[in-house]
Design a protein around this ligand. Structure first.
Ligand SMILES: [Zn+2]
Length: 302
């Protein structure tokens, strides 16, 4: 995203990206069968009338966002750490790119009754690409822009720092744009031996001007032009879940606007350090970077 590459390198990159998409969709189809998995397990030592109902929706893989439902008022923990629940007992957990594979989810009622389940995440294989012999100026940004990049990062962190009680995140996400998937979550380039920041987005390529829609309801927390990501739009979907859209040509909403699912929020572009028009869609749970693909089924229609 941030570098100019030779045609050959680009060709290699595209073919490895295609390989990666195949691997990912195989994972997706297996896991999709188990989506909406209902974990109605009987807690040890309790009779069947006293079982605790917990529902956990999503794909059990690294990079996944899982949405759950526990009894109202229950305490939820992940690996012993408290998980926020809303007034309906709904909660959300996320697993980063290299998350440990063994996770323990526990639910405890007011009366002390407990439910616990070990979750084994599927290990992801990410596309790692080594490129050597690059001119150094292409590997590190020029000194005169480092202050701007620093400020951009602070602004982005602020735009994703809220924790609202919106429950838009519990509705089914729709594809934010039509196009072809040309980049996936987790892939990483190693330039002149230096591992660069992994790619955390899902790239949907289409012509400049192609409409971009809100995947679910949200509130705009950033609409700004940044050095790397160009015109950047962030939507708050509630409970620390955010969508970020990079490289947009136009943004047609403003900070503070409430947008509805399916409402147009701008257009696809190639602003910032981008090699061609595409929408780079990211999902965050607070500062945990998650894979939008893990909450979607199929692919964006073209
Ligand atoms: Zn991208």
């Amino acid at each position: 995203m941030a570098f100019t590459l030779s045609k050959d390198t680009l060709r290699n990159q595209i073919s490895s990206i295609l390989n990666c998409v195949v691997v990912l969709s195989a994972v997706a189809s297996i896991s999709f069968v188990s989506a909406a998995l209902e974990l109605n397990e009987q807690a040890t030592g309790l009779s069947s009338q006293e079982q605790i109902d917990v529902v956990l929706n999503g794909k059990f893989t690294q990079g996944a966002l899982l949405r759950g439902q526990a009894p109202v008022g229950a305490k939820v923990t992940l690996n012993g750490e408290p998980v926020q629940t809303n007034k309906d007992g709904k909660f959300v957990v996320g697993f980063e790119r290299e998350a440990q594979l063994q996770q323990t989810l526990a639910v405890e009622l007011d009366n002390g009754k407990k439910w616990q389940r070990d979750i084994t995440l599927e290990k992801r294989e990410y596309n790692i690409q080594r490129i050597d012999g690059l001119e150094q100026k292409m590997v590190t940004p020029p000194a005169e822009v480092t202050a701007r990049i620093k400020q951009d990062n602070i602004n982005v962190a602020n735009a994703r720092s809220g924790n609202t009680d919106l429950d838009a995140l519990f509705t089914r996400f729709e594809w934010p744009a039509k196009g072809a998937i040309t980049g996936v979550y987790g892939s990483q380039r190693i330039l002149n031996g230096v591992p660069k920041w992994p790619h955390y987005g899902l790239d949907i390529a289409n012509e400049t001007g192609t409409p971009v829609y809100a995947p679910v309801d949200g509130v705009v927390t950033m609409a700004d032009d940044l050095y790397y990501s160009g015109n950047t739009l962030i939507l708050d979907h509630g409970m620390r879940v955010f969508s970020t859209f990079l490289h947009m040509d136009t943004i047609t909403v403003e900070v503070g606007d409430t947008v509805k699912q399916g409402e147009q929020i701008g257009t696809i572009g190639s602003t910032g350090r981008s090699t061609g028009p595409h929408l780079d869609w990211r999902i965050n749970l607070g500062n945990i970077r998650l894979d939008p693909h893990t909450i979607m089924s199929g692919s964006p229609e073209q």
